[in-house]
Write a protein that binds this ligand. Structure first.
Ligand code: GLN
Length: 315
């Protein structure tokens, strides 16, 4: 918790933000910053939380209580749910596990296998979502149930974000239709995108995210409720893919500088896990050019360095 000192200490100077390529309101994925404002995000919001696998929770920051859309962090949990539903082998035959080095909403479809490159970019998450049940209602219910179980409480849907994003989903619809055109998805494109977008619009606080990350760190069991949310195999696989693909086209830098499996969302959240120890999360809504939280990234760099948490620090 020493690294989680109060907000002003944690907030970097504007020059640092500029240096990191902090962006104006219209530059990431067009509509997304508007969406984060819909849920009341403030530019000066910062929050961090840590949840041990024994269930102990620590937190700091003026944004600690604020609920914001989980966005792409839901992708990691959809992937775990798909693995537990269908088994690793089948999921692997449908969605690959290769880093893309591309933007989160890129058309990352392997030209030979026609598989999305990984489940943590939009196209892979849309394909993963289609695996969560035979019908739209079953798929969304399953995803919502897994998010709730990982957080240890029922999470609300932010209707405005959901509807706004549904109304501006051309890019995600295009990705879904590309999957169908490639013969890689049979389900109705609009229905699958609807369910995927609903998962993105679920509201979480930074504490919820820390508990969700701790559920992965513990090998699939929620440390607060004791509920097994994922099999150990699924938790391990989700964390493996987070390690290489969770931060989009910044994944390489992240592995070097932070060295923990992580996942970001354009709502401003980032989760990371130290296996068998704890889950940790940050929230700060301003995003860099990759769509990752600027202050969250700075927090994790410092947190990992101060406590020597990089998984390879033992060398
Ligand atoms: N809902 C967003 C989208 O589909 C999620 C993107 C993200 O968080 N990186 O574009």
């Amino acid at each position: 918790a020493a690294a989680c000192t109060e907000t002003d200490d944690a907030a970097p100077q504007d020059a640092v933000l500029l240096d990191r390529g902090i962006i104006g309101s219209a530059e990431v994925a067009g509509e997304i910053p508007e969406l984060s404002r819909l849920s009341g995000a403030r530019e000066d919001h910062v929050g961090v939380a840590l949840c041990g696998i024994d269930g102990e929770i620590l937190g700091a920051g003026n944004g600690r209580e604020h609920a914001f859309p989980v966005q792409s962090i839901s992708k990691a949990f959809a992937y775990g749910a798909a693995i537990d539903l269908h088994g690793m082998e089948h999921v692997d035959s449908v969605v690959d596990e290769e880093p893309t080095g591309e933007e989160f909403n890129a058309l990352s479809l392997d030209p030979h296998t026609k598989k999305p490159k990984n489940p943590l970019v939009n196209i892979g998450a849309i394909r993963t979502h289609a695996m969560l049940g035979a019908e739209q209602s079953e798929r969304t219910q399953r995803l919502r149930a897994v998010l709730d179980a990982a957080a240890g409480r029922p999470l609300e849907l932010h209707r405005e974000t959901f509807e706004e994003e549904l109304g501006t989903a051309d890019r995600n619809l295009a990705l879904a239709y590309m999957l169908r055109a490639a013969g890689s998805m049979e389900e109705d494109a609009a229905e699958v995108v609807g369910g995927y977008v609903e998962g993105c619009a679920v509201l979480t606080t930074v504490t919820d995210l820390a508990v969700m990350a701790a559920t992965l760190a513990s090998g699939g069991t929620n440390p607060l409720t004791g509920e097994r949310v994922f099999s150990r195999v699924a938790a391990r696989q989700v964390l493996s893919v987070m390690m290489t693909c969770g931060m989009y086209d910044n994944a390489g830098d992240w592995v070097s500088d932070v060295g923990l499996p992580a996942k970001s969302g354009v709502g401003g959240g980032i989760i990371a896990a130290l296996p068998s120890r704890f889950g940790v999360a940050s929230y700060a809504p301003q995003l860099d050019l990759h769509g990752n939280s600027v202050r969250g990234t700075l927090f994790f760099e410092r947190f990992s360095a101060d406590f020597a948490l990089h998984l390879l620090d033992g060398v």
